[in-house]
Design a protein around this ligand. Structure first.
Ligand code: NDP
Length: 316
């Protein structure tokens, strides 16, 4: 596996972040198979570490922190990897945005993970919202003060935000003493975010690409989702040329956009396949083709929060 050549990103706080990671979200719907699925996450994280992944993405609200942590602790105990060589991200959920709630909530995440610190703590959404769906009034600037405290305490080595738009980032940067190190947003073929990426480049904020496959898999695509799908003949042809799969060339394109993809899979062969993208490069023509799929179409639009004053996306 060519994972030895995964690039490292230098964060604006001086720390390093591995340029490829494993996602661990099972979706937010609770179902009867939850326990089984959670065990799959533990296996996936173990396979990932065996395959050379150094970066794992989780969140309090995913309810997978315990499995992510037990996989990591087992691999560290086995001597496969050292804790300090791993990069673990978790996120603060919307129901804990009060400044004084941030550190205690991170401590709960650390307890779930059974770790002393996370490498990156993110505000999951700019939106303050209770679990029952009701919005409450806390400005994310206040939440950010709690994040700064978490960093000062060493509980989070770096801090950042997720699902913030450019205006929100500008406001955060102009009104606070610490700049976010990372922005995590949806980036895939259908929503490539060229302006937001350029803004982050100028501000020296590293961008993580969540839901990197977007709508390429028919079982996940809504009926209104733009093309392409994974069986698109042109994409299959390009993939064949490199002896790769369509998911691999899609991830490779994201790498060439200088963002950090965090694909989720609980399938061992896919865990290994997804990181095996650091031994080839797409041509300019191929990248032009990929760019053409950008329709500013979101797979995750979180319309349920559209009435929040802090809803970050287009409202139509
Ligand atoms: P992804 O784009 O990573 O797609 C995951 C799906 O793709 C799964 O169904 C998986 O199947 C399938 N898959 C993965 N690799 C392959 C492959 N090589 N071939 C075929 N199918 C494949 O979606 P996510 O929404 O999970 O996004 C990734 C991560 O980003 C999340 O897990 C989470 O960590 C983060 N995220 C963050 C958000 C935020 O608000 N900050 C929002 C959404 C996601 P299977 O598992 O069955 O193999």
């Amino acid at each position: 596996i060519a994972s030895g050549t995964v690039p490292t990103f230098k964060l604006n706080d001086g720390r390093d972040m591995p340029g490829f990671g494993l996602g661990t979200s099972l979706g937010l719907k609770k179902d009867n198979n939850r326990d089984l699925k959670k065990n799959e996450i533990e296996n996936a994280v173990k396979w990932a570490i065996d395959a050379g992944y150094k970066h794992i993405d989780t969140a309090f609200v995913y309810d997978t922190e315990d499995k992510v942590g037990s996989a990591i602790n087992k691999k560290v105990a086995e001597g496969v990897v050292k804790r300090e060589d791993l990069f673990v991200t978790t996120k603060l959920w919307n129901d804990a945005h009060a400044r004084d709630a941030v550190v205690p909530t991170l401590r709960k995440s650390l307890e779930n993970l059974n770790l002393d610190y996370v490498d990156l703590y993110l505000i999951h959404w700019p939106i303050a919202q209770y679990r029952n769906g009701t919005f409450y009034d806390v400005d994310y600037l206040e939440t950010w003060e709690g994040m700064i405290e978490a960093k000062k305490l060493g509980l989070a080595k770096s801090i950042g935000v997720s699902n913030f738009n450019q205006q929100m980032l500008e406001r955060l940067i102009s009104k606070s003493s610490v700049k976010p190190a990372v922005l995590q947003v949806e980036i895939n073929l259908n929503v490539q975010q060229p302006e937001l990426r350029e803004y982050c480049r100028q501000q020296n904020i590293v961008v993580t690409a969540y839901t990197p496959f977007g709508s390429i898999f028919p079982n996940k695509a809504r009926s209104d989702a733009p093309p392409p799908r994974v069986d698109d003949p042109t994409l299959v042809q390009i993939a064949n040329k490199y002896n790769k799969t369509v998911p691999q060339i899609v991830l490779r394109y994201l790498v060439e956009l200088n963002v950090i993809p965090i694909p989720k899979t609980v399938t061992k062969s896919r865990v290994e396949q997804n990181i095996d993208i650091f031994d080839f490069e797409l041509t300019r023509e191929e990248k032009d083709l990929f760019r053409g799929y950008d329709k500013n179409y979101r797979t995750i639009d979180y319309k349920a929060a559209i009435d929040s004053p802090y809803y970050p996306f287009e409202k139509n």
